[in-house]
Ligand binder design. Sequence first.
Ligand SMILES: Cc1ncc(COP(=O)(O)O)c(C=O)c1O
Length: 398
Amino acid sequence: MDRRELGAGTRLVRAARSLPSGEGQPVVPPLVQSVAFDYGSAAEQDAVFGNERPGFVYGRYGTPTTAALEKALAELDGVEAATCFVTGMAAIAAAVDACAISRGGRVVAPEDCYGQTRALFERWVRERGADIAFVDTTDHASVDRALGAKPTTLLYAEAIANPLLRVSDIAALSEIARRNGAALAVDATFATPILIRPATLGATMVIHSLTKYINGHGDVMGGVVSGSAELAATMRDRTILDGGYLPPHEAWLTIRGMRTLALRVRRQCATALEIARHMQAHPKVVRVRYPGLPDHPQHALATKQFDGLYGGVVSFQLRDDTRTAAFRFLDSLELAASATTVGDLFTEVLYPATSSHRRLPADERKRLGITDGFLRISVGIEDTEDLVADIDRALDRV
Ligand SMILES: Cc1ncc(COP(=O)(O)O)c(C=O)c1O
């Protein structure tokens, strides 16, 4: 049976179940911690080193457990191959540097991307003279203009942007990129492979922070770049020389975590929609941003592109748009953790102005809509009524 015909939930449960294991097939892939591999034959080892035959030689070149995760992730994203890194940022840095910056290639990126991604790109502009233009990737005319202004190597997008939750039209962006001779990289961390498989819509490469939904248990950091076999060879060169390869124990935990990805994400999307609707009617909240609400600028696109799911993150602005009010809200939460991450089993609330977007100048932050009373909730799998009560309690104290 071609596994790609199966639903995402089924594929996830079965993921990484077929490591070559000599005698018998383990149902759960073994955790192989060994750094080095002995072939008992120098010639064989040489053939593996030289890529003439598959195998493992040393931890930075590949490990059986990380390879099992990579195979599962490639299958999930619907691509040829995937390469895992120690963090999502390491994956982004390797992909964008190798495919554009180190070759002198120009990049067009979202103005509202994850704050540290933007900080990394701006550092490359300052320190390496990189040519990176920042645009609103939901405004196709401005993306087209930016790409057409000068030869551009890479268009970078987030499927659901962090933290403003703008939704990018991946099929349209891949068409614009193709027309302008650029590759398209999509960070699908917030959308997850359950909502979207960007490569099937024309993206050249897909990036996820494994730290978030894919592992989902708040106990692993990791990242992945997936795409063609050729891209994987370029990425492998990065892990070998830059040393950012995902170690086996993290890979094993990620395989374990990702088996429930479909279950978790569907539940988180359902609860997030209820929370977004509830908060929209709350007098202490002036604006709720959630792709599932009809007033979201890309609501129709999200409905079509994500097949009726809208993600597990809800952003909102307090009517009292001050840091004091935001801190009071955070300190009043009893169930939700005040934590700098998303996508875990437990609900987490973030204040972007002092965390993910701390490095962005205050005026640029405010221009984008990340005001002093702006907060982001990553909805967990707790009972919806309990979360709503916790949020209401905290809003009452604002
Ligand atoms: C959209 C997005 N991409 C990438 C990253 C970076 O991932 P990591 O923290 O695993 O380096 C994050 C982290 O929050 C993120 O939100």
